[in-house]
Design a binder for this molecule. Structure first.
Ligand code: FE2
Ligand code: FE2
Length: 246
């Protein structure tokens, strides 16, 4: 799976440049616009946004460790680039948590210490290699694209809408980068193994879409998405990320 001969097709330096530049870019959020959300809206979004805020932060040490192991198998300068990209990537996720946290604090929304999705995802990632780690990550991120779209439509807060736009822009790039990385790694696998991985990934995605919808049922329909819309949008983004899948 983690075959030393599998190289990222376009060269990792393109992504290294992207992440370096994105770290210097502004977040486009007007922090002076402090109009508070209504109690009714707080009641609808608080639990959901707290779960995402926690999930955004739970990506760190083990991913870095796996990236270092994988980087050692790559040719230079790809190996160095991968470590640098992963550092930036983790930083972006922590920034997403910080943006949501700042909004929550200003609107009296309590933070979660941990929830079950948080304990499932990091546990899965800790017991996996780089390939499986980013496969789990991209699954959550593809669904997050649709979730933040719904959250943005569900809120009257311009500030939260701007936060959603910033996170969606970052996550779109994460999904493109990781799907390229996953495809490159799978290229080194045998055909049957590749097929099994695809089926397992689709099953995992399918289950996660349903769980996320049910877990965030106070936000997603409020954002104008029926379960059918949510399902279709998640799968659309999945099929864009993995176009080679049937
Ligand atoms: Fe994120
Ligand atoms: Fe991400």
């Amino acid at each position: 799976m983690d075959d030393a001969t599998t190289q990222f097709p376009d060269g990792l330096q393109v992504w290294q440049r992207y992440f370096t530049q994105n770290a210097l870019a502004g977040d486009g959020i007007d922090w002076y616009d402090n109009s508070p959300i209504s109690n009714e809206e707080r009641y609808a979004i608080a639990r959901s946004i707290a779960a995402f805020q926690l999930g955004e932060y739970s990506e760190g040490k083990s991913l870095m460790q796996f990236a270092r192991v994988h980087a050692a198998k790559l040719k230079q300068p790809d190996g160095e680039a991968l470590v640098d990209i992963t550092r930036h990537f983790i930083h972006e996720e922590q920034n997403h948590a910080a943006l949501l946290g700042r909004f929550m604090e200003a609107n009296d929304i309590e933070r979660f210490r941990s929830n079950w999705t948080d304990s499932v995802f990091p546990r899965l990632r800790k017991n996996a290699g780089f390939h499986l780690s980013i496969t789990v990550l991209i699954t959550a991120e593809i669904i997050a694209l649709t979730y933040y779209r719904a959250l943005s439509a569900a809120t009257d807060s311009r500030q939260l809408q701007q936060i959603c736009s910033k996170i969606i822009a970052d996550e779109r790039a994460h999904v493109r980068y990781e799907s390229g990385m996953i495809s490159a790694m799978r290229r080194g696998d045998s055909r049957p193994r590749r097929r099994i991985m695809r089926v397992l990934h689709r099953l995992f995605f399918l289950g996660t879409v349903i769980v996320v919808y049910l877990d965030h049922i106070t936000v997603i329909p409020r954002g104008g998405l029926t379960i059918a819309d949510f399902w279709a949008d998640c799968w659309h983004n999945f099929n864009v990320a993995f176009p080679d899948l049937p």
